[in-house]
Design a protein around this ligand. Sequence first.
Ligand code: ATP
Length: 345
Amino acid sequence: MAGICVKDLYKQFDEVVALNSVSLDIQDGEFVVLLGPSGCGKTTFLRSIAGITDPDAGSIHLGERDIVHVAPENRNIGMVFQSYALFPHMTVENNVAFGLKMRKVSRAELARRVKAALELVDLADYARRFPRQLSGGQQQRVALARAIVIEPELLLFDEPLSNLDAKLREQLREELHHLQRRLGITSVYVTHDQAEAMALADRIVVMNAGRIIETGTPVKLYRQPRYRFTAEFLGHTNVFSVETEGRRGWLAWGSEITLKQEAQGVVKVSVRPEDVKLEATAVDAHGVVETAVFMGSSITYRVMVGNLLIRAMASGNETDVIAEGQPVRVSVPRSAHVLIEEDEI
Ligand code: ATP
């Protein structure tokens, strides 16, 4: 196993700059998730590490080795794709054995390692089947076994769960998380699904337009994002303009908040819906519930304060769902807002 050190990676396709001098250090054993909207360069970054795409400039070190000019098959990297990419005419065990045969591993060792890999993904009983005889989730587990059987220094995942239905996606996400922690293989995982990123990552790398916006643990990026892009990409949030006076500021409906840093003029704050408190009241109400949606574990509200839309979320076990049309008092606890910056790009 090894960490990766990527420096100033640059890639342009015609006039599109897919990677604009991206640098990232990934620790040995770390699970890093690249998160960003479609077209932000995630796949190009991953494919550059794999050796499928040739970057125009920059270096990639895997451990001590500079691998930019090393052929993909000599990089010792396992890769799992969205499309599974299994060989349809080969049995499950032959699919998994493929990489080992290429490496001229002895027959006895090959048999042992294929069996162990299939056991790891819980498919030992499916060794003689063909891919078409498996469900999508099982096929993706075969692809995972095929990636880990070569004992890679690094595992790369390109949206591997996107083709599965919601329930299975969640189940496989948990299995993957568990397996990666158990094996401790350095992993880079690409997705545009923030829930998947939060569930899997030791560290999330938020990307947009060929650049890294910011990186941090899921908790850090959700609770203390530096940039508006991160706040809005990781779950829902409300972004308010706040008129400041020293450390104090006023939200649009006159509620006072205390800013942790000295801020000047008009600043932006992000407030998560679950931090917005609603109180049904006829007196002193400054908002009106426009929609209330009961989701089981939560209730989500859209509230209008004048012409300002506010998203609020309450726990689903609150006894009353506030009715649509109900006047409400809206408040935000002093500690629940985060000062954010507009994005650099
Ligand atoms: P998605 O989530 O949709 O896969 P992504 O974040 O992975 O998006 P990339 O696939 O890395 O994004 O693409 C980054 C940019 O580079 C996009 O604008 C894309 O259209 C462009 N691009 C990627 N590959 C090629 C190519 N082979 N030829 C031309 N343009 C490309």
